[in-house]
Design a protein around this ligand. Sequence first.
Ligand code: FES
Ligand code: FES
Length: 199
Amino acid sequence: MNADFQQTPNNLCPYCSAAFETFDGLKAHVVAVHKTEPLPKPDGLIQLTVNGQSHKLLVAPEWTLYQVIHDKLGLTGVKMFCDRGACGSCTVIMDGRPILSCMTLAIECDGKTIETAEGIAEAGHPLIDSYVNHHTMQCGYCTPGFITTAKALLDRNPEPNESEIMQALAGNLCRCGTYPQHPKAVLEAARTLKEEHSK
Ligand code: FES
Ligand code: FES
């Protein structure tokens, strides 16, 4: 058994989130309390770096990355509209690429680096202010997904034109119809980043 795993405080029950000091304690709990559920396995342990913080987590094989980020780590900025890869509201940045966390199994993300809207806001990225300045949200439910997608775009293309922005954001849906505002906000953030870098 992995010694690292036994020492981690994250021996969390995948069914009720009760915490145990050792993996054996967790197994005994599952046998006693969740009799019909499969036993967790040590190889369900993954390490994720989320917004600069390292986490060791025991995950069930069927858990999505969305479930881990939203339900287990409590980062509620990541949203769930469709749960089928159609709307982009669950977008996070993984190793520099925007991905749909509802369509990604957490068990496949061991060792990955993830950025969510919370991390982008904490870092003071100009997208946050530009989205406010341009009233780029109504209910705001889709906004974190747009912001993470836009952040990934600006990371790889710091000076996108309007058409490139619209293309990058094409997978993000907004029920409130805020579409015309997004290119304006992203262009403003790009200008601000350019000014910051030229100082
Ligand atoms: S919730 Fe993931 S794409 Fe819609
Ligand atoms: S602002 Fe409401 S869904 Fe986009």
